[in-house]
Design a protein. Structure first.
Lengths: 599, 471
């Protein structure tokens, strides 16, 4: 989100008219946490910023607010926004939280997916996975030009109430939870259950792999997992038990195909990648400094770096439209990185690092070694740390895409500033086990993160189980990975064929648990309000998706659809998606021509 | 916890790095200072057969008396259950089944007048995490908590690292000044003095931290005293964080522990927050489990946001539930053995201390005794305290010096006795050696000083003899 009057340089490039700065409190650069101002300050400023960031297709700034469709002039819009939160924070935050898995799980009824999944026999013929492997069916909207190249995130933009019992930052922190809580309740009060609640909500919003529970449950129940050594019950080495760090180093050496064996002393173990981002933000940045992140991105990172660290994200906006040197939608280029960095600098935002997610979430995109190298060179030029989040590295189910870990590069441009994040949550479908790891050659960074590990430790017994799991190369290579990939592929095929039949463009490249779906033609107006409205219509029809705004996507109308679920739920979920879309008028001129549907 | 030497005044950055932020450097330096002994110990632990020259750690308050019982209990078949819910994302406040069990458990062991509500429970991965998150949500950076000292040093760490919250010590004194008083007694008078002092210095105090049973003193607050402290807090609009980590570690049967949750009516229930965990009472510090109980839903909600960063494995949560619900095992097997072993170890150590004529606070709770080694310091300063601490380290023995607890008077140490007998025996042997050595040196020094004086008074111009200079 950009702030009023702060981005004049970049705004020149866009057709967006200059909007005079609203009467907001004076801009301040201090960390929000250090501020003592009352709730009115952040609200007024945050929301006005929100207005400016809204893309508009008409020359006059228009804002339609739920409920109703009334158009507002700027002062009127501000008046509405400064009342009770106009766009319920719950809705905005829900999707982020779903993303982060703020959900309990659905009951498991089926243990096999592949046989039951329609379309699993046509995996080879999956269109769009040839060539560059990316589905390129994005519709073009000639009048929708990019408004911004970057945005400076303000996680508290929508904050609107403070508590007498809490500190200022405590009130914001509570608001994070409450806004999540509300959506969470909606889903939880009405969770789908095949027998008990067949008309309940199907969750295609949370990125969890629900396809391999049978395999994991069996493996984790084997006798080697059950050992209870007294030493496991005592305070550990805060960096993680040595036996586990050794195992992680071996594991990553093998699966990341590192040119030289990785070292246990470069490994720090903690309870999930969320904690890692929190710790890295703390030790690499001062309060109110920032990391660059290409958007759309996994939205939960916003809170991870903000909660304790008070670190912001600067979004590097990517476009669905392919222009110039790009070869695929939402492609990250060094040019875009440079522009975002410059933009942030011009606003006085100090950028300390770059976060790359590879395979990307929510795009499912994969960076080639050459691209990675370019991004790393960019970071080196500007002395930025690079955090490479590879939590989906073993969830590449399309072998032809040729995924390469950053640890496999022969020579890193700046090894001391390259930090790799991995976890078992996604790749092993055990998000509830809370295990994440950092690999960095920089001992200062490793030690600094270790200093915070007291707060992010995991049980010795869990550490032991993780070591046993990662050590079992036979099971991983011969049982787990082939089966997991086959199931992911089958589920992906099913959903992508369904989408194709509906004439819905999407982006997907054979990695991750999700498809990035283009529903722009179903929005009567290209606004985030319409996006939320469509999202709510899905929810009313008992299927939960994540909307693009939660990933800070610049273009309204994109949704992330998670397909790594059991067949019966997936089928029902897709059916409900279809029902909503069929009842939704399409914006005729924006609909892509039929012949574009198949390559 | 490791050794805590953190005192703001003498804390200097020893880490230089071009890759870290200033606060990253600060965090690293503090960690290095605080945990260097602990890390040395981790790398060279005493073992009765394999490494008899390794470090004996009587400094870290870790309960090693009953790991056998816990290992056995945790190996039973009911612990091995796995279902999908345990492996997937869950309620970040803690699994509902565990919050329910914690509420039941505390209702029973804290003898609460009414059933506690699982919705008031927030579960995070350890006491430190709970405290760190509380500091975040109750204070803004630079604001402060009052804490009676000597006090558990980990607070300084947990308030500083992430939250940048300050501690205002309420200095207690060993000297008994009032009738019916006792050493290091906390009074409302002292609380008020400290609060006033903080106000004068311009510090904004948001809360009071009480540890009950106290660490490192081993004191258990009477109901009346507790009520006075709570009334004080209410009067000045302060939150009260009551840390009851040692509530089941009261081994002297003559002492009755009263949980703050047992009070019929709390003066300010919306500002009273209780922390408990299994690290001390159940000897499983490696399990990483801490719970907050608060009537204040706003605090509970704000704390829940941290569930993400301080989460516990679903499998571990299941095991904890199984453990806490096994009331029969806890009451009939675990607690009796645990208390018996604490009594034995305490008796052994206090007997030794008496024989060595080392004064100490004789309390019946906790895993530690607070001992007075002032007589071994000459002069009685914190520098000498640190030197004595290093002498212990030279003899491969770790104790915690009083400064780590923000004690105002030099010379106090905390000695952990919750160790297996062979370890305790070797540890106390080393302890005795150090004191003997210290005493000898002390005597030589006194003699030298006396000689110097003599020399200087008789022949002021003559330099000291080589023999004397050698020391």
């Amino acid at each position: 989100m950009t702030r009023p009057g702060e981005n004049s340089d970049t705004d020149n490039a866009s057709p967006e008219p200059r909007v005079p700065a609203p009467p907001a409190p004076p801009r301040r650069r201090e960390p929000r946490f250090a501020e003592q101002e009352g709730p009115a300050g952040p609200r007024a400023r945050g929301l006005s910023a929100q207005v400016l960031a809204l893309p508009s297709r008409s020359p006059r700034l228009q804002l339609s607010l739920p409920p109703g469709n009334q158009e507002l002039t700027l002062p009127a819009a501000l008046a509405v926004l400064q009342g009770p939160c106009a766009l319920p924070p719950a809705l905005a935050a829900l999707s982020q939280i779903l993303e982060a898995g703020h959900m309990s799980t659905l009951p498991q009824k089926e243990s096999r997916m592949t046989t039951a999944c329609p379309g699993s026999d046509s995996i080879q013929g999956l269109p769009g996975n040839k060539g560059d492997g990316l589905e390129r069916e994005c519709s073009r909207k000639p009048d929708q030009k990019p408004l911004k190249f970057y945005g400076v995130g303000d996680p508290t933009a929508m904050f609107c109430s403070s508590s007498p019992y809490l500190s200022s930052r405590g009130s914001i922190i509570k608001w994070f939870w409450d806004s999540a809580e509300e959506g969470y309740r909606t889903y939880h009060m009405d969770e789908y259950d095949e027998d008990k609640n067949p008309s309940g909500i199907i969750n295609l919003g949370t990125s969890e792999n629900k396809l391999c529970f049978d395999l994991l449950s069996r493996r984790l129940s084997q006798s080697d997992m059950l050992q209870v050594e007294p030493s496991l019950l005592q305070y550990p080495d805060w960096r993680g038990h040595l036996f586990l760090r050794e195992e992680v180093a071996r594991f990553l050496s093998f699966y990341c195909r590192s040119p030289a064996p990785l070292k246990p002393e470069n490994v720090v173990v903690l309870n999930g990648s969320a904690s890692l981002f929190s710790a890295l933000a703390m030790v690499l940045c001062e309060a109110a400094e920032a990391f660059l992140i290409p958007a759309p991105y996994y939205g939960a990172i916003t809170q991870h770096v903000y909660l304790y660290g008070n670190v912001r994200l600067v979004y590097v906006y990517l476009d669905s439209e392919v222009t110039g040197l790009e070869t695929r939608p939402f492609q990250l280029t060094v040019e875009k990185l440079e522009m975002a960095l410059q933009g942030a600098n011009s606003e006085g935002v100090k950028v300390k690092g770059l976060i790359l997610i590879n395979p990307q979430n929510p795009l499912g995109d994969i960076y080639s070694p050459a691209e990675l190298q370019e991004y790393l060179e960019f970071a080196k030029r500007h002395e930025l740390h690079v955090m490479v989040d590879e939590v989906y590295m073993l969830s590449v189910f399309e072998e032809s895409v040729g995924y390469r870990s950053v640890l496999s590069l022969e020579r890193l441009p700046d090894p001391q500033r390259t930090h790799v994040v991995w976890a078992t949550s996604k790749d092993f479908g055990i998000s509830g086990l809370r295990f994440g790891t950092l690999y960095t050659e920089n001992q200062d960074v490793a030690t600094a993160v270790t200093s915070l590990c007291r707060y992010h430790g995991l049980s010795g017994l869990t550490q032991y189980q993780m070591a046993q799991l990662l050590r079992d190369r036979d099971w991983i290579n011969q049982v787990y990975l082939p089966e997991n990939h086959a199931r992911l592929k089958a589920a992906h095929t099913y959903v992508s064929e369904d989408l194709r039949a509906l004439g819905i463009p999407f982006v997907s490249r054979g990695a991750g648990f999700f498809i990035w779906v283009d529903l722009r033609k179903y929005l009567p107006e290209a606004t985030f309000e319409e996006e939320v409205r469509l999202w709510r219509r899905f929810l009313e029809n008992k299927v939960l998706l994540s909307f693009g705004k939660a990933f800070e996507c610049k273009e309204p109308g994109w949704f992330r659809l998670v397909f790594s679920d059991k067949t019966h739920r997936l089928r029902l979920g897709m059916q409900r998606v279809r029902q909503v879309l069929e009842g939704q008028p399409q914006v005729a001129e924006d609909a892509p021509p039929r012949q574009n549907q198949e390559p | 916890m490791g050794q805590m030497f953190y005192q703001e005044s003498d804390f200097e950055n020893t880490v230089i790095s071009y890759d870290l932020s200033n606060r990253g450097i600060d965090i690293s330096a503090l960690y290095h200072l605080s945990f260097q002994d602990y890390n040395t110990y981790q790398g060279n632990k005493y073992h009765k057969d394999k490494n008899t020259l390794g470090y004996i750690n009587l400094g870290t308050s870790e309960n090693k008396l009953c790991t056998d019982l816990l290992a056995e209990r945790l190996s039973q078949s009911d612990m091995t259950y796995i279902d999908e819910d345990l492996l997937q994302y869950t309620d970040w406040r803690g699994q509902p089944f565990l919050r329910k069990e914690v509420a039941r458990f505390l209702t029973f062991y804290c003898k609460t007048p009414e059933f506690l509500d699982p919705e008031n429970v927030v579960i995070l991965n350890g006491h430190s995490a709970v405290f760190s998150a509380l500091a975040m949500v109750l204070c803004d950076p630079g604001e402060a908590f009052l804490v009676p000292t000597p006090s558990y040093g980990g607070f300084a760490f947990s308030t500083h690292l992430y939250a940048k919250v300050k501690l205002v010590p309420v200095h207690l004194e060993s000297q008994v000044t009032e009738a019916n008083g006792y050493p290091f007694q906390l009074t409302v008078d002292k609380l008020e003095q400290a609060l006033l002092g903080a106000k004068i210095e311009g510090k904004k105090v948001r809360g009071l931290v009480l540890i009950n049973p106290q660490n490192p003193l081993g004191d258990v607050y009477s109901q009346d005293s507790m009520m006075e402290y709570l009334e004080f807090a209410k009067k000045y609009n302060l939150h009260v964080i009551v840390d009851e980590m040692y509530m089941l570690s009261v081994f002297d049967e003559a002492i009755t522990f009263h949980s703050v949750l047992s009070m019929k009516s709390l003066p300010d229930p919306n500002k009273t927050h209780v922390i408990w965990g299994t690290s001390k009472d159940f000897c499983i510090s490696g399990f990483r489990f801490g719970a907050l109980y608060t009537h204040n839903r706003e605090v509970a909600s704000a704390m829940s946001s941290f569930g993400y960063l301080h989460s516990i494995s679903g499998i571990a949560q299941y095991k904890l539930r199984q453990l806490l619900q096994d009331r029969e095992w806890i009451d009939n097997v675990y607690l009796p053995s645990y208390h018996f072993r604490l009594q034995e170890a305490h008796r052994y150590v206090t007997h030794k201390l008496k024989a060595l004529k080392v004064p100490f606070l004789n309390r019946g709770s906790g895993l530690y005794v607070w001992i007075n080694l002032k007589q071994y310091l000459d002069p009685c300063t914190f520098e000498e305290e640190l030197l004595l601490h290093h002498r212990f380290l030279d003899h491969k023995l770790i104790l915690s010096p009083g400064k780590a607890f923000m004690c105002k008077e030099p010379g106090w140490f905390r000695l952990i006795f919750a160790a297996r007998p062979h370890l305790l025996r070797s540890g106390m042997h080393r302890f005795q050696q150090v004191l003997v050595e210290q005493e000898q040196e002390h005597r030589v020094k006194q003699l030298e000083d006396a000689m110097k004086e003599e020399v200087s008074t008789s022949q002021p111009e003559t330099p000291a003899s080589p023999v004397l200079r050698k020391s």
